[in-house]
Design a protein around this ligand. Sequence first.
Ligand SMILES: C[S@@+](CC[C@H](N)C(=O)[O-])C[C@H]1O[C@@H](n2cnc3c(N)ncnc32)[C@H](O)[C@@H]1O
Length: 509
Amino acid sequence: MAARTDNQILINAPMELVWEHTNDVAGWPDLFTEYASAQILDRDEDGSLTFRLTTHPDAQGRVWSWVSRRTPDPATRTVTAHRVETGVFEYMNLRWEYHQEASGVVMRWIQEFAMKADSQIREDDMRDHLNNTTVVQMAHIKKVLESLSRDGAEYGPGDLHAERLLYLTCGMRLAAVVAALAELGIVDLVADGPHTVAYLANGSRTNPDALYRLLRCAASVGIMTELPDGRFESTPLAEGMRGGHAYSLRPLVLYSARPFVTGSYAELVHSVRTGEPATAPALGSGIERYFEDNPEEGTSYERTMTELGRWETERHLDAVRPERFGRIADIGGGQGHFLAEALRRAPNASGVLFERPGAAAAAGEVLAEHDVANRVTTVAGDFFADPLPDGCDAYILKAVLHDHPDDRAEELLHSVRKAIGDRDARLFVVEQVVAAGNRWDHAKFLDLDMLVIFGGRERGLDEWRRLFARCGFELVNRPGEGHWTVLECRPAGAGAQSGAGAADPGGPR
Ligand SMILES: C[S@@+](CC[C@H](N)C(=O)[O-])C[C@H]1O[C@@H](n2cnc3c(N)ncnc32)[C@H](O)[C@@H]1O
């Protein structure tokens, strides 16, 4: 005869935690209520264990003790075990299995056994006994592990798939929470230390109950912390979006909550079905028309881009090294911040700012502020329709090409190539290079912005290389991934010739 038990339980805790604790045999007296001690007798290199378990006295005061051996296999999340000292059993074999489900780990214990012929205990009775104790022990283990998991969780869900999925599904709400904290100035109010909700509500002119609910939600994902006395304090995440410091994410936080962004994302499926921006169904027109009709949105967008664009100016200029060039053109250069900084590094160089009439008109002030206005020619035009300035040693396209799909980007690059002619000039494309593979890269989200709002795209390194090649350029540097970076190009086939620069006749170093 042989008998079998098969029990399982869902534990709402991460796999690693469940696996680690249930296979820490020395710790079993803390995990099971039935064991008084667990003594490790032997441990093999493959992780197999021989150990002695001793129970607490049962209802009749009897203490049981036996030796078992178990072999865990983390690769398959299974454990096989058997009793070495079989006691009343002819044999007792065990198998534990762990399966990751969306809402936790299913832990399954299978016990197969036969009683010794001379045993006083019938197999059916032993099976019932094992089923009963297993259910009790599994429930206790679940309680202990779920509590450990909760205590260990810092902010937000761990690796519980269902919770993580819910968390991700809340992304739109989280973006609104983050933006509200920035817009209401809560992150600035807690900058000097923790405050009560009443104080924060007063300072932000909000409803205290509603504000508390916002703060509680923000605290559940680590943006704020609620102290035991009910006050709320800042965290590094909140610091990241405080205004008034150079690298604040505040402009990006507020941008992400603008109606033209959230509205367009609400129609993401339209873009994915058609490959077209979602602005027509979402906003009633393309984005340019929308900005014309809603000038405050357009101005706020431009301001955000200018603020963010200035973040990494120094690093980008280190890569461009403008001091080696005599005449630098910034095509779609906004109000001229980047060109002005480039010219400050290259005191003998002159510049050309090519922009649409509106931005070109606004550039005068910026160029004057930087004291480079007398060295810059501003050309108002349409870079798709008008010829680009020739006679320059360096052409800059910063955050311009990603606004456009490949065919439009090619038009613009052909136009730059035409303006260069047979000069040995350089083209500097300042853009993101989308990280390969499954790595997190913000550019993968910016790419969706480009899809749903602007009709453009972010590009990976191979895409950039192919695009340049189609337009008569070749990449000459090795740009980094995962950030705004400088892609330096020269006319294809320029080969060993060195780049010309009136300020530095020796060419690029
Ligand atoms: C994303 S902004 C980048 C601005 C600037 N290069 C920077 O990095 O801050 C794109 C710029 O391209 C300009 N632009 C877009 N289409 C244009 C066109 N057809 N002709 C000229 N400029 C254009 C816009 O006015 C805007 O300033």
